[in-house]
Design a protein around this ligand. Sequence first.
Ligand code: TYD
Length: 180
Amino acid sequence: MELTEPPAPGFRGPHRPRGRARPERSAAIAENTAESAHAVRVGRIKPCRLIRLEQHIDPRGSLSVVESEMTVDFAIKRVYYMHGQSESSPPRGLHGHRTLEQLVIAVHGGFSISLDDGFQSTTYRLEEPGAGLYIGPMVWRVLKDFAPDSVALVLASRHYEESDYYRDYDTFLRDAWSLT
Ligand code: TYD
């Protein structure tokens, strides 16, 4: 697994021991939102971050879990996935959202996501299905460098609305810079 950021201090790992009660909602979110002290903070409305998913691993394989309003603090209204990319595919994304929140998971293969809030930028490499990248509002994102047969799963807080998109980087920057 190659995550750009190491696990946060105090992170106890993705496994919930068998028989243990489900954590309280607030505790689950607090654990998941802890960030590395060294991480570049992108996202002035809500910081982007890696979220380690609850995983259940046994001799049959692995099972990873995302729960609406628990793993992420938004209600999941839409699911889509991108596939069929290759190493030579052009980048995807190249847009920002006014309000949309998303969790992006490399459920197979791997790819890089560059994030830019108009002030700070960073790149994450997602290549294991046990972690997702939370991307909040007002963040320009570019998905690139896809490994063959990658599948990028996206869980989104809103239905598809073209009016929520910034497709033009200069317009995005103008509005991003106007955020206090
Ligand atoms: P596009 O926004 O270009 O994809 P990317 O995430 O790579 O930037 O979307 C490709 C097409 O799919 C475009 O015509 C819009 C359409 N689309 C939907 O109809 N519904 C959706 O939920 C999404 C994400 C895209």
